[in-house]
Structure formats: structure tokens, C-alpha cells
Design a protein around this ligand. Sequence first.
Ligand SMILES: [Zn+2]
Ligand SMILES: [Zn+2]
Length: 225
Amino acid sequence: MTMNFLDFLFPRRCVSCGKLGGYFCRKCANSIHFFDEQICPICAKPSIDGRTHIKCQTSHTIDGLYSAVYFKDAIKDAIHQFKYQQISDLSEVLAKILVYKFPTHLIHFDFLCSVPLYRSREKERGFNQSFLLAKHMGRIWGIPGTDKLLVRTKKTVPQADLKKEDREKNVKDAFSLSRDINLTDRSIGLVDDVSTTRSTLVECAKILKRAHAKFVYGIVIAHGS
Ligand SMILES: [Zn+2]
Ligand SMILES: [Zn+2]
């Protein structure tokens, strides 16, 4: 087997078990568990196409949620390495997993907007993982990805470090529009890597809907606790 020079310099290992060869070995790739049924982003009960149930809607509610896979096993390891070991290459692989699950975007989006990081956190990490994902998905779907709509105005604690009941409070009023924009008639896909309580997506969607967005759908690679 000939190895290309880059692989020789930077050998790829399975994100989960460490086997040499690629970011997912066959065994760990087979452990990835896709969602059969989508859920309502508000009550987390089954819902067709992840649409928010009518009874769950209040004012400025997110319209729905697409989740590709369960947040566990190899995917949990992949997202962890992507974010904390700064393996930004993984964004392309993760975006492909989502596009595999949703080959055609079921709804027309004008933009894919990433969930923003607080400025100092993005600096520290060197990238916003959600924006990288939005860009890769956008390239495949032919939709522009943007990180210019929203800003995080509060330095929140990472949601993963909090108990479920504290997560909603943590992100409350943590976001705002980056500038005075009117999103009338715009349909927006709101992209994040992982969601557990969906509070971040719900909060970001609220800001976009207040700016008159017609339609805001969450799009996450992984969902789970
Ligand atoms: Zn493996
Ligand atoms: Zn519901």
C-alpha cells in the first residue's frame, strides 16, 4: 500500500478506537446510530420532519429541528476531538454524515447560520465549529453559510458542564443580532454540532424570528445527552 505524503506526515487515526487509516474505522463507523424519527425541538417528542408541534408554539418559536445521529460512541468522540483537539478537518466528515441523512434539504433555506461562540472562546479555539459545519453543508447543498447574523453577548458556561435544568438559564438572553438586519421572508437553517436540551437553538431562533425571519430550523449533527 502506498501512503500519500500528507498521510505519512499526519497519520489519521480512528477518533474512537485509535486504529490507523481514517477518522472512523469500519467498526466504529458501523456503530453510528442515525435517528429514525425526528423530534419536536420544544417537547422532544416524535414529530414529522422534526416540526415544532402546533401546541408547542409560542411567540418567536423555532420551527423545527433536524438531527442526524445520536450523540454517543464514535460520534461523541469525534465531536470532542473536533472541538477540543482542534481537528478542524473533522468538520467535513461530520457535515457529510448530516448530508447523508438529509441528502436534499427538505426545505429551502436562504442561509445556513452558525450558532456563535463568545469572541474570546472562538479566539482560543481558533475556529467556530458550527460555522465550519455550516460552510461544508452549504457547499454540498448550494446554500451560503454565514456567521454574520448572530453574536454571543454573554460568556456562557459550556452547556455540557451544566445540569440539564440549568442549561436554559445559562443561554437565556445570551445572543443578539450582530447588526440591525431585517430578515423578512428569509428561511434560515441554524447549525450546531450537538444539542442536548435544545435551549441554545431555541434561544438563537427567537432572535432570528424577532428580526422577522419567516422560518428557522435547527440543524444538528448529533442530539442526545
Ligand atoms: Zn475505530
Ligand atoms: Zn412538541
